[in-house]
Design a binder for this molecule. Sequence first.
Ligand code: NAD
Length: 496
Amino acid sequence: MDIVDHWLSGAPFEGESTRTAPVYDPALGLVAREVRLASAVDVDAAVAAASAAFPGWAETSLAKRQSVIFAFRELLNARKQELAEILTAEHGKVLSDALGEIARGLEVVEFATGMPHLLKGEYSENVSTGVDVYSTREPLGVVGIISPFNFPAMVPLWFFPIAIAAGNTVVLKPSEKDPSASVWMARLFQEAGLPDGVLNVVHGDKVAVDALLAHPRVASISFVGSTPIARYIYETGSAAGKRVQALGGAKNHMLVLPDADLDLAADAAVNAGFGSAGERCMAISVLVAVEPVADELVARIASRMSGLTVGDGRRSCDMGPLITREHRDKVAGYIDLATEDGATVVVDGRGIEVDGASDGFWLGPTLIDAVPTLSRVYTDEIFGPVLSVVRVASYEEGVELINAGAYGNGTAIFTNDGGAARRFQREVQVGMIGINVPIPVPVAYYSFGGWKDSLFGDTKAYGPDGFHFFTRQKAITRRWLDPSHAGLNLGFPENR
Ligand code: NAD
């Protein structure tokens, strides 16, 4: 059976650990290959590789670093189909969706090509007589990145292009559920001219994560995953003195006002609820319908769902399988729970017919109406193709519901009333907001991140926040010798 090796100093690396985990083909429901699970010693080897590469890379001129980032961008764009096929084979998302994920990752590579502009410091002349002050930004050193299964290419790409363009070296620990994309990208970066050791990939589970968190030569941790793990990463990494950004889970609400275009809203709910089988942190998982539109909206959504095709993402279909059998069963369990809690299952994805192998991890799109807000179907992040509907009497009740939730990743309002949308934008306690846009993932030159339990740390991913995260500032106060300023003065420096 094939095994996915680590990638260290520009070559495959087996490491000392003999532990492995299965990597599934979720559309076939079988183990396609194994992945190595690193020990602390293996993580130490990766950090040593990154540490050795750091001084040379940090000293490499901006012009040379940029030529490598540009070459990586060109190669990634030229070979994205190959990467998309890897994503579909290990994650299960349909090919067009995999290509969309890569396109959003490419945006960040393009942002990173502007690094020379970002690295320009500030300069103030003559702040005191004969004294100038200026600032520079420098890389942190070795940075750690820990990513989730649901975007095996895009989430690593949120971080490593910016980190590397800024002069850092990287140890990336991708999800062990779909590890091949990271190694493929590291190879491609090497082909683009990246020196060995600048981007290293270690595979693993909690053992590898804990080793990264504790390693004294790892300066920062960028984490994306579920909220309990994000909280653990933030607390443990911060206590170890590291800079940490930890993006967590979500439960995103879409508020539909009575004046909304109901066809637009129904299309958006279906696309954002069931794309990538609902395994997106920006998926819409709760539709909040302001009466009297709920009956009509539910009917329009259900009729669109009847046309969705579920199957092997390598063939032509709308939605693929879930990531593992356990996850599929867990998500399906919420549909049982919904019935027990008194909700109405309008469209039931259990037992759906699919265009694919019988053992695939299938669950069809599911629509549940009148979900009680005390039910775990409403409060938990389900992370599957399950869209809940909650009916409210007014805009105010809808916003109150959204703001009472634990998460604050994304939200959307559908309305034709500009004043209501503006009020929503100001009142809602959520980090990313769509106005008639269901999945408001900011472009690469803004930053991505939620509020509350969706982000631990004060720095979002990519864009200006990402640049700040991966660099630290020096401020220099400078005077060239001028005999007229000589003399003793023990007082605190004052500007004159
Ligand atoms: P996960 O939290 O299970 O895993 C994320 C990473 O943490 C993986 O690399 C995994 O190996 C590691 N990990 C798992 N258990 C660990 C433990 N006990 N200790 C230390 N490390 C551990 O998440 P997932 O299932 O891979 O991904 C789905 C989750 O990610 C969802 O909750 C989703 O909302 C979230 N997510 C959030 C964003 C965002 O931007 N906020 C983006 C994508 C995904």
